[in-house]
Design a binder for this molecule. Structure first.
Ligand code: PDD
Length: 280
């Protein structure tokens, strides 16, 4: 069955969802996005995603395409029209349509599009076995705190991972792991979770934010600091977080087995806590 997608106020069959070749998202990657999970027909972490969207838009001096209430209504309508009970809603805002010029166009109206992807999130088989990760240099721009659609470096990193039989690439800058190509990165040592602190070098993950709150409630200690890939090879456990993967165990990094090649107790507990809260 063809999905219904959203394009600038209209709900249309997916093959009719079209954008101008002059859209600045297409020409300059001049746009931002959010990916929100749906579990049991409910949006997960919706408010944090919209707070981050607001920040991304404001950092790029980009206008809201509609009101916040309209945006929420659009998410709910997309779930309904696509009978989405589990999966993700992708939404993207660009600076709009104008003849090609680098500086901001004067009267362009932002473009807003959205689509859904049905996926198994809670029962993801990767969560049982754990996934493999490779490392790669972080060649992205300096404002990774803004969730832009400029994703060529993550595309290349993820492709390198897939070509080596892995699911994700951890990016390295100045000797330290920044994050995954589409996820935040964590290791566990002596029962303590270690993850890089927030700055312009990484995206402030909404799943990361929920994880911090849940960890605190359940007495799991998180230390915010940078770690090297060598430290990761030697970790007791490793995992990643993102809206589409929640808390995902990692069992191999650059061919080094982590925790005997099995998801460890801390990551299993954190994933369980997250799913419980998400209503699964
Ligand atoms: N990616 N870091 C990067 C570079 C990301 O692209 C993402 C999310 C995250 C995790 O953020 P969150 O927990 O809010 O999903 C961290 C999304 C899922 C994507 O591009 O598909």
């Amino acid at each position: 069955m063809a999905r219904t997608v959203y394009v600038n106020g209209e709900y249309v069959p997916e093959n009719e969802g079209k954008i101008s070749i002059f859209d600045r998202g297409f020409l300059f990657a001049d746009g931002v996005y959010e990916v929100t999970a749906v579990i049991n027909g409910k949006l997960v972490d919706y408010d944090p995603h919209m707070e981050r969207l607001e920040r991304s838009l404001s950092e790029l001096r980009m206008g809201w395409p509609c009101t916040k209430d309209e945006l929420k209504a659009m998410h709910l309508e997309m779930m309904k029209r696509n009978a989405l009970t589990e999966g993700i809603i992708y939404m993207q805002v660009t600076r709009g349509i104008a003849d090609r010029q680098f500086n901001f166009p004067k009267d362009a109206k932002s473009t807003l599009i959205a689509f859904t992807q049905a996926m198994k999130l809670a029962e993801n088989p990767n969560a049982v076995t754990g996934v493999k990760v490779i490392s790669t240099p972080d060649i992205r721009w300096a404002r990774r705190d803004i969730k832009t659609v400029m994703l060529l470096a993550p595309v290349l990193g993820k492709q390198a991972a897939y070509e080596q039989g892995a699911n994700e690439a951890w990016m390295i800058e100045d000797g330290f792991v920044t994050e995954g190509t589409s996820s935040n990165a964590y290791i566990v040592k002596d029962g303590k979770v270690i993850t890089r602190g927030l700055s312009n070098s990484i995206l402030a993950g909404c799943t990361r934010r929920s994880l911090f709150r849940l960890a605190k409630e359940h007495g799991v200690v998180i230390e915010e600091r940078s770690f090297t890939i060598d430290e990761a090879y030697d970790a007791d456990e490793a995992f990643l977080t993102s809206a589409s993967q929640f808390v995902m165990p990692i069992v191999e990094i650059d061919g080094h087995r982590i925790g005997g090649g099995q998801p460890g107790p801390v990551v299993r507990k954190l994933r369980e806590m997250f799913l419980e809260e998400a209503g699964k």
